[in-house]
Design a protein around this ligand. Structure first.
Ligand code: WTA
Length: 648
């Protein structure tokens, strides 16, 4: 039995949801979802109230997901305007810059309304309106939040591209969603260094329609190129714009944003989230999972380029009238105490980060934590990958001082918000377990081979979800077939997460990691196929196969097997060049950690690469290769083992 860590009696007494309430509400949420969500759908403001609640089908070939479909609302009005009357002077966003010597900024709800309205008016004046797509390629600056909310205000659909992605990745996304405009900044300071976002955008726009407008936030003032007629100085235009911009009345099922994410095959998919259900779900999970109370200071350390930043820096907290922190920097700049310094400085109450950050900081020693006053912390959260017990214990002891509940939140870009997580007043934490489903979420463990639903409480298999919840993605942008194929074809009648899991005898869920060709590097999702296609685009490469392997800090590292063209020979320079190549093709997060020169790859007689074998060799577990008799040429395996790169 694993040790459990319940919250203190005092915490439980104040919590929004205790154990008895969780049981009762959960039962209601699955026995009568219509009644449950009709009630909780009222947590946001509707222009025209919905009369229909749930209208969803997981039937393969016919997948259709609608929530609150006849209601109308405006998401930005929910995140801003409705708070202005009651808490206009309250800080909505605390912006903490990369350089700690630069003062933080406190943006009140009233200021947020003015800034967002100004930006919305600028976009409108350039012909952007309902249903148009706007790509946002910005660092963690207030303008990123303004841009999201400005789009929401006028009914445009935003698609954020993480500022660490390359010009190619940016161009692909601009083209895939047919964006009318991109919003970027001159340069982005991060960890004392600067990323040239505008120059990346210039490169990307070479491969896009010349109609795409480019709004530039002059953030650092660094010099950039400027193309008259295409490039627009966003801050200067905002200064001239009116603060009056009435929010558009949008349908609950109108798209709010597209966010590209990696899958097993092909290019990243544009995950589409809509307005009503997403906002209900993001706000409810932010309030209940983190036990957020009015006046608390909430800090999610993610980047707005990922879904975690969408739901738990911007939409969830702001819909709840919270104070949310936006941090431009990195955990180790100027030193390994930065996170804790920021917690102390802003008296943070809930702190939400990823295991990879915890592991990196853990390696720097406890003195960095002990230097800072962390007495304001009430709760800690984890997201992005399973948290290993060492990291959990360190987080609990040194950051939470043994008095802050830890919520390990399992969810995905596709799910919009938390799926399996403790609710701190209701569920005792178990290090490494995501524990229990959120309201309305019905997890099932299926046998991966037979697709049989495991009925025993203690079970292991793949994680599927039986019915829809309001935050679920609705489609893949422009490709509903791909949506159905990716998530609903393997296990008929279920949403398939792509993750493996174990349910213990207490009914708690433990996520065991992806069962497909997606790897999780420092909490970032990466498709092995994407890295492979970047590698084979290099002229020296004939063939490449990429797998994940265990990595102490990153969780998983990227291991690439590369077969060179006949006229090429392996060298250290070429290895470096390939790493650099992948960084420019996709971005630094996709850099291979290890490249092994492979004279041949293990293939079946029909030519299919046997990834199972490559994974085992990369894991340094070559004693357990299993059946290799179906290989066309078993001798290639000996060579791969002989020259393996990970001997740790
Ligand atoms: C993994 C991030 C274990 C999982 C919100 C999932 C986790 C993928 C956890 C989604 C967790 C996320 N425990 N694994 N608490 N949270 N994952 O789309 O493999 O970037 O499928 O969304 O991250 O990654 P994504």
């Amino acid at each position: 039995m694993s040790q459990t860590y319940p919250a203190s009696d005092e915490f439980i007494a104040r919590a929004h949801v205790n154990a008895a309430q969780y049981e009762e509400m959960y039962a209601a949420s699955v026995s009568d979802p219509d009644a449950f969500w009709a009630e909780h759908g009222k947590r946001i403001d509707w222009i025209k109230p919905f009369t229909k609640v749930k209208n969803t089908s997981f039937e393969f070939g016919n997948v259709d997901i609608k929530w609150f479909e006849d209601g109308t609302l405006n998401v930005a009005a929910n995140c801003i305007d409705r708070h202005v009357a009651t808490r206009g002077d309250q800080t909505a966003i605390i912006w903490e810059p990369d350089d700690p010597k630069t003062p933080a900024r406190h943006i009140s709800y009233t200021e947020l309304k003015d800034e967002v309205s100004r930006m919305a008016n600028v976009l409108k004046a350039q012909g952007i309106g309902r249903g148009d797509r706007v790509v946002i390629y910005l660092p963690m600056i207030p303008e990123a939040a303004y841009a999201m909310l400005a789009c929401a205000r006028i009914g445009a659909i935003h698609s954020i591209v993480f500022a660490g992605f390359s010009p190619d990745a940016l161009a692909n996304r601009i083209n895939d969603c047919g964006a009318k405009a991109v919003i970027t900044a001159d340069t982005a300071p991060r960890g004392g260094r600067r990323t040239a976002l505008k120059s990346n955008t210039d490169k990307a726009l070479f491969d896009c329609s010349d109609k795409v407008k480019c709004f530039v936030v002059k953030h650092t003032g660094d010099q950039t190129t400027w193309i008259d007629g295409r490039d627009l100085d966003l801050k200067a235009m905002m200064a001239e714009a009116s603060t009056d911009c009435p929010p558009e009345e949008m349908g609950a099922e109108d798209p709010l944003f597209i966010l590209y994410t990696s899958g097993s095959t092909g290019r990243p998919k544009g995950v589409v989230h809509t307005s009503g259900g997403y906002l209900v779900y993001a706000s409810m999970t932010q309030q209940l999972t983190f036990d957020y109370h009015d006046g608390d200071i909430f800090w999610c350390t993610a980047d707005v380029g990922w879904v975690t930043g969408h739901s738990y820096i911007v939409y969830g907290p702001l819909a709840n009238g919270a104070t949310t922190i936006m941090f431009e920097g990195v955990p180790t700049y100027p030193d390994a105490g930065r996170f804790w310094e920021v917690c102390a400085k802003h008296r943070v109450n809930q702190f939400y980060t990823a295991p990879t950050a915890i592991r990196a900081l853990m390696g720097q020693g406890t003195e960095w934590v002990e230097k800072h006053d962390l007495s304001s912390l009430k709760l800690l959260g984890s997201v992005g990958e399973p948290i290993n017990p060492e990291a959990w214990n360190w987080y609990n002891t040194h950051v939470g001082k043994g008095r802050c509940p830890i919520v390990d939140t399992f969810w995905q870009t596709e799910t919009g918000g938390h799926m399996i997580t403790a609710l701190p007043g209701a569920t005792a934490a178990k290090p490494g377990a995501a524990t229990k489903p959120f309201f309305g979420v019905q997890p099932e463990v299926l046998d991966p081979a037979t697709a049989e639903v495991q009925t025993d409480t203690a079970a292991e298999g793949v994680l599927c979800i039986k019915d829809s919840w309001p935050g679920q993605m609705r489609t893949v942008w422009g490709d509903h077939e791909r949506f159905m194929d990716t998530y609903f074809s393997q296990y008929k009648g279920y949403y398939f997460t792509g993750d493996g899991c174990r349910r213990d005898a207490d009914g708690d869920y433990w996520i065991t990691g992806r069962v497909d060709d997606v790897i999780n590097v420092s909490g970032h999702r990466m498709g092995t196929a994407e890295v492979e296609s970047a590698l084979v685009a290099h002229e020296a490469v004939a063939e490449a196969a990429v797998v994940g392997y265990p990595h102490d800090i990153k969780g998983q590292g990227i291991y690439a097997y590369v077969t060179l063209m006949n006229d090429q020979s392996p060298s250290e320079e070429l290895r470096k060049e390939l790493v650099k190549w992948v960084r420019t093709e996709i971005g630094p997060i996709a850099s291979p950690d290890l490249i092994q020169w492979a004279p041949g790859l293990p293939k079946t007689r029909s030519g299919k690469i046997m990834r199972r074998i490559l994974r085992k060799i990369a894991e340094n577990d070559y004693g357990a290769l299993g059946d290799t008799s179906t290989l066309a040429d078993p001798s290639v395996v000996d060579d791969l083992i002989e020259n393996r790169m990970n001997r740790g």
